[in-house]
Design a protein around this ligand. Sequence first.
Ligand SMILES: Cc1cc2nc3c(=O)[nH]c(=O)nc-3n(C[C@H](O)[C@H](O)[C@H](O)COP(=O)(O)OP(=O)(O)OC[C@H]3O[C@@H](n4cnc5c(N)ncnc54)[C@H](O)[C@@H]3O)c2cc1C
Length: 391
Amino acid sequence: MEKFDVAVVGLGAFGSATVWQAARKGAKVIGFEQFEFGHVHGASHDTSRIVRTSYDAPQYVALAKSAYREWRELEQCAGVKLLTVTGGVVLFTNDRPSSSSSVKATDYTASLEANNVPYELLTAQQAKNRWPQFGLSENADVVYTADTGIAHAAKSVMTMQFMARTHGAVLKENTSVIEVVPLAGPDKGVLVKTAQGTFQANKVVLAADAWTNKLLAPLGVHIPLQIMQEQVTYFKPADPAAFEPGNFPVWIAFTEGKTFYGFPTFGEPTIKAARDSSENLMTPEQRTYAHSPELLHELTTFMGGLVPSHRLESLRTVTCQYAITPDRQFVLGPLENHPDIIVGLGAGHGFKFAPVIGRVMAELAINGKTTEDISNFGIPPSQPSLLQGKL
Ligand SMILES: Cc1cc2nc3c(=O)[nH]c(=O)nc-3n(C[C@H](O)[C@H](O)[C@H](O)COP(=O)(O)OP(=O)(O)OC[C@H]3O[C@@H](n4cnc5c(N)ncnc54)[C@H](O)[C@@H]3O)c2cc1C
């Protein structure tokens, strides 16, 4: 049986980043993907993901700063442009004084300050002066960060897979991992069983997102995850020039109990927008890939208020999948009772971090420790409550 240093289960954004980072460190790496490369069944397909340092907790800001360095490294090594920096705003609409939203502008500004990331805290009027497209309520707070932008999702995943291969990684598509079995004895390591054969590795990284618990169940481990089908809609503005990068930022809006987000035009004269965490609960097996007309109606109504003087036509709606922990915290690290098995899970807001998460996974697998602070990212206790505020 061929032995590897590191085996990675799942080749979405996290797994692809891990095979790249581990292979460039010189490890002998194998990666498994149950579907074909570039598939649309997980969380890492389609055109765009928001990248930003702007977060409500200092730990994520610090990790995002590291992620930007890794994105640049990836772009340079591959000779491919993956990030488009546009600037971005987080809008706190503060519609009701007794807002139940758990997210505050001050959480963002404090976290950015703690990490020396420049930002601007704007009033609604100042924001409207700069972006007259927005129809903001008078008491809104707006946090602007110039480093916010867009990662090309599918292209980034493909690039990381390509770079992993250039460093010698073996990547297998249409190869479902049926079970991972930790070995006892002096050599330790893990068996990775697939329908196409069994492989052995010193360490296994599970980057299986919505499918993670299937692989953990035989090991007696369970992560409290809610799996939901998300959807994003591409709107065609009557006046696309008003929404070009430079004229319009990436935006995230915290409204009463719900979060929406969207983009300037990117690659075509449309603007993509969505609700974060739709609570459209279903397992991967239950997904039909049909979008919810109710969620589309809700989004269209929201967009009508967000950019009130601009006519938008909804062109297409694409579905995607979230696997989120109760507090939207990442899960990063080895299993307590099976330290050769390492989990990497992004809780529905991980894409922007993918290249640094790949490095973290590679460091844990190869060195047994990482230079990044992952102290809050253990397996959470089961408690089903969704908090607003991540993406
Ligand atoms: C609509 C939407 C919008 C988002 N927007 C943003 C954003 O703006 N910014 C941001 O930072 N993040 C965003 N995210 C979150 C981000 O995209 C995800 O956190 C990230 O892509 C997760 O990557 P992953 O590799 O963990 O999961 P996935 O992409 O789902 O990959 C997991 C892979 O594991 C494979 N797999 C599972 N089980 C097995 C097995 N047994 N054998 C072999 N293969 C297996 C699956 O087929 C899959 O390819 C968004 C997500 C969605 C859905």
